[in-house]
Design a protein around this ligand. Structure first.
Ligand code: GEK
Length: 241
């Protein structure tokens, strides 16, 4: 795994974060050392896939990056006849995903699509994964995207939504950010790396509160909406149609 050193050197100007070749090269190390519980969430996506994916249905991994969730699903649901679709709008991430998936010689074939998830038609979905992707979609488009997903899902289908959240209360917000920075320091990131990455993400990753996520999922029509994982300001929700 190539080590993430993208923000080791001091930069005078820090451009907005983009999912380019440099990020694709270090992505597994970057996400594992930045998102507390990422490995647990990926493993649980496999476990949930085994429970929720139905024969002759579709499963979508939206914002698949290098395909970690897709591979967990493939590994967990080997013998079922279903269609697995992985979508990302970064050509660099998707081309690396193609190589990673080619190395996994089990489970169903995966349809890899390079597209904006706002333009994807969801249909006959028994499971949809949005694992830390919605936070990168402009906030104004999130309701339409989730409505489109809901409408393409089968009754009883599962949406797994993982997000970095904002806390409604300033004290809690500061506390959780400090805890997250403590986590990153313990993972070997320096103060400079942490602060430069934070600046790069400022206008790109827009977190919302848990209440906002829950209300919107309920408004869209999901009948059951529950948090199943939280570590500091990182959460994962299950929403069942
Ligand atoms: C994982 N789910 O490893 N359309 C398509 N892709 C998008 C869009 C969009 N509008 N916006 C962002 N992306 C993965 C991790 S990373 C999370 C997801 C992170 C893609 C973007 O190119 C990137 O690959 C991914 O969403 C977000 O389980 O880096 O914190």
């Amino acid at each position: 795994m190539t080590k993430d050193r993208l923000y080791v050197d001091a930069h005078e100007i820090i451009p907005d974060f983009v999912f380019d070749e440099r990020v694709a090269c270090v992505f597994p190390d970057m996400i594992n050392r930045s998102v507390p519980g990422y490995g647990t969430i990926i493993n649980m996506i496999g476990t949930l896939a085994a429970q929720y994916i139905k024969p002759n249905s579709n499963c979508y991994d939206l914002g698949c990056s290098l395909g970690a969730a897709t591979m967990a699903i493939r590994f967990a649901v080997e013998d079922l006849d279903f269609h697995l679709v992985a979508v990302d709008n970064s050509p660099a991430m998707l081309s690396t995903a193609k190589h990673c998936l080619a190395e996994q010689d089990r489970g169903p074939t995966v349809e890899l699509i390079c597209a904006d998830i706002r333009d994807i038609q969801i249909c006959l979905a028994s499971m949809v994964v949005l694992n830390f992707t919605l936070q990168f979609v402009p906030a104004a488009d999130r309701l339409t995207l989730l409505t489109n997903i809901y409408e393409g899902m089968l009754p009883g289908g599962l949406l797994l939504l993982s997000e970095k959240i904002a806390l409604p209360n300033d004290v809690a917000q500061r506390l959780f950010i400090e805890m997250h920075h403590g986590f990153k320091k313990a993972q070997g990131y320096s103060e400079l790396e942490i602060s430069q990455k934070r600046t790069a993400l400022e206008d790109v990753l827009i977190p919302e509160t848990l209440a906002c996520h829950k209300e919107r999922l309920q408004k869209v029509g999901f009948s059951t909406v529950e948090v199943w994982f939280q570590c500091f300001n990182f959460i994962s929700l299950l929403a069942i149609k």
